[in-house]
Design a protein. Structure first.
Length: 444
């Protein structure tokens, strides 16, 4: 693509997609705090304010910081240089330019991912040094967590936001640690091939296949957890080269449904839907009408929450199953790793992510169409029921809190919420994972 196409097309969409995520979750919060009204705000007003007052200023400052650290920012084409190594017979190399820092800023802040150089954030022109690596990682996580704080301010109960943030952070830390541990221990296949995977002063050690030497296994594992917990596909290492155990971590993280901390706005939106489900289940167990922040949670809300929770798994598992069963639909590697690639690709598409188990060829007509449909389901079939829940709650009066009301800011509710998320994901995806990455790991 030309620089102009990327700036007027892709970058604009990067801003608008992030803005939509923010204003959707703000609309839902308005439904919780307002009473006897279905007015959740004005979409156009919120879109303009979010873009001009939040995303543009943050992106401008972050782009300048990236430029100061060596990230490319120009309108040049290729720059031809003479190579240092003359022995190979190639004496010249074309180095691409472009407005990279400005695109990188909104790509990370808006939880978008991808990148002009195709290698995403493993490319030194996009992620040039350890400083940019940690800053970009911070940019990915900043707004999703900031919106949780916003939730506590808007409902006038910061204990609620601290509880949700603790659950989000718990999942994020576990998945990141899982990836770091699995990749740091290395691959048995590489050990058999004679590769030295030990950690020393001269090498980071572990499974270095598909990773930048300057980044290593630890930062790769943390980044993989952060980008699959959000809707950001800006990988700094290749997930298809992970060990089976390591590859399970980012795949399962997406299967939780963008919750830890999720995309910009989308993470809080998903966490609130699971909180409503947890409250409803707790109410059923004790025989009381469930309430969340003063609003009764009844059958209409739960039907919409069910639609929200089922949309992504249906898109993921239905298309993945069709890709494996229909012989003329697609080709994939034989064995459990091939199934893992298919599962990961549809998990990425249905969860607005963009990363991939890249060996799987997705440029066929089958994958182009089905992954496009999975993307649409993973967006609109979440937005529509989410807004409907907000409108339904907004039309209800607030009811007083009594001694029988389940407190939703305690550690007990946090454990219940984490348990509901884990059980729903486990029941939905464990059979597929057992046939894919788990079987591959046990067969090593």
């Amino acid at each position: 693509m030309s620089h102009l196409t990327q700036m007027l097309g892709l970058v604009v969409q990067n801003f608008l997609s992030a803005a939509v995520g923010i204003i959707i979750v703000i609309a839902i919060i308005r439904g919780i705090i307002r009473t006897r009204t279905r007015n959740l705000g004005n979409f156009w007003v919120d879109l303009v304010r979010t873009t001009l007052r939040i995303l543009l200023p943050l992106s401008l400052v972050f782009a300048v910081v990236l430029v100061s650290q060596g990230v490319v920012q120009n309108l040049h084409g290729n720059t031809t240089v003479t190579t240092v190594d003359q022995a190979s017979g190639t004496t010249e190399q074309a180095i691409p330019g472009g407005p990279i820092a400005s695109q990188e800023a909104i790509k990370q802040i808006g939880s978008n991912g991808g990148g002009p150089y195709n290698a995403n954030s493993s490319h030194p022109f996009e992620n040039s040094n350890p400083i940019t690596n940690i800053l970009e990682l911070y940019a990915i996580l900043f707004l999703p967590f900031a919106l949780v704080v916003t939730f506590g301010v808007m409902v006038k109960d910061k204990r609620q936001s601290r509880l949700l943030m603790a659950v989000m952070s718990g999942f994020l830390v576990v998945v990141c640690a899982w990836g770091v541990f699995a990749e740091g221990n290395g691959s048995p296949a590489l050990t058999t091939a004679g590769a030295d995977q030990s950690i020393s002063t001269t090498q980071s050690g572990g499974n270095m296949e598909g990773k930048e030497v300057r980044i290593g296994t630890a930062e790769c594992g943390i980044w993989a957890g952060a980008t699959t917990g959000t809707s950001n596909g800006s990988v700094n290492c290749m997930h298809d080269s992970f060990t089976p155990l390591g590859g399970t971590a980012p795949m399962l993280h997406m299967m939780f449904g963008e919750l830890s901390p999720g995309g910009v706005g989308v993470g809080l939106m998903g966490m609130l839907k699971n909180a409503l489900l947890a409250v409803f289940i707790a109410g059923l167990m004790v025989g009381r009408t469930p309430k969340y922040l003063g609003k009764k949670i009844q059958a209409p809300e739960m039907k919409l929450v069910t639609l929200y929770i089922l949309a992504m798994p249906i898109a993921l598992l239905a298309f993945a199953a069709a890709s494996v069963v229909i012989k003329t639909a697609a080709t994939y590697q034989a064995g459990p790793h091939g199934l893992s690639e298919v599962l990961y690709n549809y998990a990425s598409a249905a969860n607005n992510n963009g990363s991939a188990f890249a060996y799987q060829s997705t440029g066929t007509q089958w994958y182009t169409v089905t992954q496009g449909i999975a993307m649409l389901i993973g967006r609109f079939f979440l937005i529509i029921p989410a807004l409907a829940v907000g409108a339904s709650l907004g039309g209800k009066p607030k009811v007083p809190t009594t001694s029988g009301t389940l407190p939703t800011h305690t550690a007990l509710f946090g454990l219940l919420l984490a348990g509901v998320i884990t059980i729903v994901a486990g029941l939905t995806f464990f059979p597929a994972l057992a046939l894919g990455p788990i079987f591959e790991h046990l067969s090593l």
